[in-house]
Ligand binder design. Structure first.
Ligand code: 4AD
Ligand code: MG
Length: 449
């Protein structure tokens, strides 16, 4: 790439240019100085390097301009790359020329501590800070690992539509929009139903895009718009599905450890727990998980008349963060919980032939309080049983006609899952809140910037 854009270099490649003259372009991260010296910390998105401006080397006029630089002013700097033990990163630039591109107005984000509300309000600028830069680079690595994993394992990328006529993950969390003369359309909660059609056409597919949930959840793990990758495989049963989920998560974590050493250092992430993320992970059934909760006296807490009421955790209830975190405390690697009660899971999941009270579903929980990172299942492939569930949930049969067709023409066992990108990035980076793991987060109380 760089050969065609030779006019300037990037900070990340400076070690290849020791003792050579280079031009860098970027922004002033910080500037200090005294007497005939100014030290500019220059950031260009790929890294930060110290640039030393010595009055005798640049002359009176440029030295004066340097002294007037403000935080985030944009500049073009030319100088010699020298290795220096004193400089942060071991490299600095002996500046011979400096051109001011733009003098920044007083920058609102300074090195002092800012409150969360202030930072999120200034997300368009906050992205420039070292921590956010590192999180975004990890995010890019996670996305690349996902694509590489599937492309390298015979999967075809077939994207599902965003505008859809029906719900996939329950009707209570839908964003609705007018759609010409055809009534309402909804922003997709999941590409799965279409991925099933694609899998029956191409065998192994994945869809990778944004998903939307009009959920009233204000937790540190919920966005209203998030990115999900959803593989779907013909002829895979639940076990195959769980094996694939383990392979994918191991690949993502190990790829990120290998390619994002610097970023994880900036984030001060202890990487030892991540290094352990290798197959096999742990597995237990929902029923075993409930037994564990009961014998370890982790109760169900319900709000009744505004008061918290505790009771022994009953079989059939969904796990909340409290139960998930308690269970995960024993585990240093992800855990897959499988075979959840039919009543708390989606209509498309296949009932277990050995016990119709449960479905062939699985959730993967991450260690270190990562929470649910994957949800998936084997799909109901029997026409009558699926229709039964659609009617039971009061879903519009007409809108699901095409989906039922998949059970009419060469129906086969098939499975898939969805992995939430931001949940994984939060876990790997150790970010305090999911809003830091996507460039411009969408949450119930925020749609700007
Ligand atoms: O468990 P979910 O709802 O499963 C599905 O949507 C299935 N249709 C997927 C499939 O089988 N193809 O969501 C899957 C994952 C969750 O495990 C979580 O990682 C993430 O998507 N996720 C969210 N991430 C951020 N904010 C939210 N509001 C999320 N809801 C789900
Ligand atoms: Mg789920």
């Amino acid at each position: 790439m760089e050969s065609r854009y030779k006019s300037f270099r990037y900070v990340e490649s400076l070690s290849e240019f020791i003792d050579q003259q280079v031009t860098l372009r970027g922004w002033v991260y910080n500037i200090t100085g005294k007497g005939k010296l100014q030290f500019i910390m220059l950031r260009d998105g790929t890294g930060i390097v110290q640039c030393v401006v010595f009055k005798n080397n640049v002359g009176e006029e440029i030295f004066q301009q340097t002294k007037e630089l403000t935080q985030e002013s944009s500049v073009s700097i030319t100088g010699k790359v020298v290795s220096s033990e004193k400089a942060p990163g071991g490299i600095e630039i002996d500046v011979t020329n400096l051109e001011v591109i733009h003098i920044a107005k007083e920058y609102p984000i300074t090195p002092k501590e800012h409150g969360d509300a202030f930072l999120i309000e200034h997300r368009h600028l906050w992205l420039r800070s070292s921590r956010q830069n590192a999180i975004m680079r990890v995010r890019a690595a996670v996305m690349k690992a996902i694509r590489d994993f599937f492309d390298g394992n015979g999967f075809k990328l077939l994207d599902s539509p965003i505008l859809t006529p029906n719900a996939c993950e329950g009707t209570s969390t839908l964003f609705e929009t007018k759609y010409f003369d055809l009534g309402s359309a909804y922003l997709s909660q999941s590409g799965q139903l279409y991925a099933e059609a694609s899998a029956l056409a191409l065998g192994k597919v994945y869809t990778f895009g944004p998903a939307f949930r009009a959920e009233k959840s204000k937790t540190r793990k919920h966005l209203t718009e998030f990115w999900m990758v959803e593989p779907e495989m013909a002829f895979f049963d639940l076990n195959d599905d769980m094996d694939l989920a383990e392979d994918l998560v191991e690949y993502i974590v190990q790829f990120t450890l290998k390619t994002c050493k610097k970023e994880l250092e900036v984030l001060e992430r202890d990487i030892r727990p991540l290094e352990k993320v290798k197959r096999p992970f742990y597995r237990m059934s929902y029923t075993e998980a409930v037994e564990w909760l009961v014998s370890n006296k982790i109760p169900l807490v319900q709000k009744i008349d505004g008061k918290d009421v505790e009771s022994e955790f009953p079989w059939g209830e969904d796990f909340g963060a409290v139960q998930e975190e308690a269970i995960m405390e024993q585990f240093d690697k992800p855990l897959i919980i499988h075979r959840y009660p039919t009543d708390i899971k989606a209509f498309y999941m296949k009932r277990d032939p050995d016990n119709p009270k449960v479905v062939l579903a699985m959730d993967m929980l991450g260690p270190e309080k990562a929470g649910e990172i994957i949800g998936g299942s084997q799909r109901e492939d029997n026409f009558d049983l699926l229709l039964d569930r659609i009617l039971n949930e009061n879903l519009p049969e007409e809108e699901f006609k095409w989906y039922l067709d998949l059970r009419k023409y060469g129906s086969v066992p098939h499975s898939g899952f969805g992995l939430g990108v931001e949940r994984v990035v939060k876990w790997i980076t150790g970010a305090a809140h999911i809003r830091e793991t996507i460039p411009f987060p969408r949450m119930i109380y925020r749609i700007t910037p």
